[in-house]
Design a protein around this ligand. Structure first.
Ligand code: T5A
Ligand code: NA
Length: 212
C-alpha cells in the first residue's frame, strides 16, 4: 500500500479576516495532536521574488500590473517541489493565501479577465480544502487600521470579495466558508475539525492539479 499523503489546505479571505492567526493555530494544534504539519505563507517575502513583491506592496517599488501578477504566481511555483515532497511524505501543508488571492486581487483592478488571471497558476498542487474566512470589509477594516500597503482600502477589498465569490462558483474545488467574525478560539475549533476530516478523506487519494 502506498504511503499516506498529507492534505493541502488553503486559507483565503479578504485582508484582516484572520488567515495568519488561524494558520498558525491550526498547524500548532495538528502538531500537538501528533500529526505532521507545516505552514507556508504567500507571498513568501523571504525569497528574491518575494522581496520584489514586498517592496511593491510597501509602495517602495512600482511594477506594471501584469508583471506583479506573474511574480506572485512565480513565488508560488518556486515552492512547488518542496510542497509536493512534504505532501508525499505525509506532511499536511497549510497555505496562508494561495492562487485564489492572486486571481482575486489582480482581477479587482479591472481590465483583467478571470481566465487570464488564472492561467499562470494552472497546474499548481490543487488544495484538498479551501477555507474561506468570510468577513465583511467594514468589519475587517475595524480590526486595527488598514496600514499603508497597497490594496488596503475598503473599496478595493469589496471588489476583491466579489472576485472571490466568482471563484467559489467552481464546484470542482472544495470550498468551505467559515464565519470569521467569530472569536479566534471558536473559529479555530471549527477549522481544526474541518481540516482533520479532510486529512482523513484524502490520505489515500492522489494530489490534484489546480484548474486542470
Ligand atoms: N496578494 C497576495 C496578491 O495581490 N496576490 C497574491 O497572489 C497574494 C498571495 C499581502 C497582500 O498581497 C496581496 C493580498 C494582500 O493585500 P499578506 O502578507 O498575506 O498579503 O497580508 P497581511 O497584511 O499579512 O495579512 P492580512 O491583512 O490578510 O490579515 P490576516 O492574515 O487575514 O489576519 P491576521 O490573522 O493577521 O489578523 C489581523 C488582525 O485581526 C485580529 C488579529 O489579532 C490581528 O490584529 N484577529 C481577530 N480579531 C477578532 N476576532 C477574530 N476572530 C480575529 N482573528 C484575527
Ligand atoms: Na496575513
Amino acid at each position: 500500500m502506498a504511503a499516506r499523503r498529507g492534505a493541502l489546505i488553503a486559507l483565503e479571505g479578504v485582508d484582516r479576516a484572520g488567515k495568519s492567526t488561524q494558520g498558525r493555530r491550526l498547524v500548532q494544534a495538528l502538531r500537538d495532536a501528533g500529526h505532521r504539519a507545516d505552514l507556508l505563507r504567500f507571498p513568501d517575502r523571504s525569497t528574491e521574488i518575494g522581496q520584489l513583491i514586498s517592496s511593491y506592496l510597501g509602495r517602495e517599488k512600482n511594477l506594471e500590473d501584469h508583471t506583479i501578477h506573474l511574480l506572485f504566481s512565480a513565488n508560488r511555483w518556486e515552492h512547488v517541489p518542496m510542497m509536493k515532497e512534504k505532501l508525499h511524505q505525509g506532511i499536511t501543508v497549510v497555505v496562508d493565501r494561495y492562487a485564489f488571492s492572486g486571481v482575486a486581487f489582480t482581477s479587482a483592478k479591472g481590465n483583467f479577465g478571470l481566465e487570464w488571471c488564472k492561467q499562470p497558476d494552472v497546474g499548481l498542487p490543487k488544495p484538498d480544502l479551501i477555507l474561506f474566512l468570510q468577513l465583511n470589509p467594514e468589519a475587517a477594516a475595524e480590526r486595527g487600521d488598514f496600514g499603508h500597503e497597497r490594496y488596503e482600502t475598503s473599496s478595493f477589498q469589496e471588489k476583491v470579495l466579489q472576485s472571490f465569490y466568482c471563484l467559489m462558483e467552481d464546484k470542482s474545488l472544495n470550498w468551505k466558508t467559515v464565519d470569521a467574525s467569530k472569536s479566534i478560539e471558536d473559529l479555530h475549533r471549527e477549522i481544526k475539525s474541518i481540516a482533520k476530516e479532510t486529512m482523513e478523506e484524502v490520505q489515500n487519494k492522489p494530489l490534484g492539479e489546480l484548474w486542470k
